[in-house]
Ligand binder design. Sequence first.
Ligand SMILES: *Cc1c(COP(=O)(O)O)cnc(C)c1O
Length: 363
Amino acid sequence: MRRLKKVPVKKIGIIERYEEFLPVSKKTPIISLNEGNTPLILSEALGTLMGVKNLRIYFKFEGLNPTGSFKDRGMTMAVSKALEEGATAIMCASTGNTSASAAAYASRCKMKCYVLIPEGKIAKGKLLQAFRYGAQVIIVKGNFDKALELVKTITATHPIQIVNSVNPFRIEGQKTAAFEICDDLGDAPDYHIIPVGNAGNITAYWKGYKEYRKHGLSKKLPKMIGFQAAGAAPIVLNHVVEYPETIATAIRIGNPASWQGAIEARDESGGLIDSVTDDEISWAYRFLAEREGVFSEPASAATVAGLIKLAKKKYFKPKTKIVCTLTGSGLKDPEFGLSFNDRIEAVEPTMKSVLNLIEAGKS
Ligand SMILES: *Cc1c(COP(=O)(O)O)cnc(C)c1O
């Protein structure tokens, strides 16, 4: 049969797409899984919910990256540069998504990958990924901050490259999400809302927005609005949280590595960093899936919880564009997702028993 439409066979990743903005050269071996180019989805239900008509709210859905989170943008850079510099092993501490991403990119170039994970506080899907992509998974008794400390010490004294976001190439790769948003909207939005854990991503977006404007590719800069979980909100409280707690495990961090970057993004842009409770996060997590058809993980839903909190206070000017980054896929954490449902029992395979259930479900 004749091909009706010619489509490019090779989809490209963020390094090839935004080469001139990234510290790469002809010598850099590009290790890519075609990350980036994620959709900017217009919200259907949030405006009605909040009783505001003229806000345009978009979701930058990073859950559609190759390993299911935005971490892939930074990891393609970090691993490519590590390979260019002759590294044969990488290491990271992780609440889950960094390890999944590091393991995937390492497997593509036959590098060793060591991941340190805090005991008991990682979503099952993320652990599954780290194992299946072939990383050596080391579970440590302690929280993320402790694990990161260990990784910093080990990589400083051994020939292993650290790929946490203290690695500057991670931030470089992650800033490309801001470029994509400007490319899609024709300019930067008025507000950008993002969850804050280790604070690398808010730092990266702000860098991206500033660079695009400097090059004349966008005209405005957004106000950067970060949300932490109430039980893990060191930046909001202005002090380290020794025992961070939240259901949003991806942002369960008490001493963010890019603390200063987050403060700069907030203050230079005239934005803010605030917190939302676990209940607010859970509500937003379900709302996104049930009313918008977008299934993201709990940490991602902190943005929408925050958006609702601010809209209630009439924070947003009318007729503005707001982008919320939804950082990771809902499929990462099946245990949390299923915790909202009672045990589901099988029924007799008869029309009557099925219709009875449908009837009961209506109430
Ligand atoms: C890593 C991560 C975050 C937090 O990003 P930081 O750069 O650490 O602030 C939020 N959500 C998800 C899904 C993540 O994987």
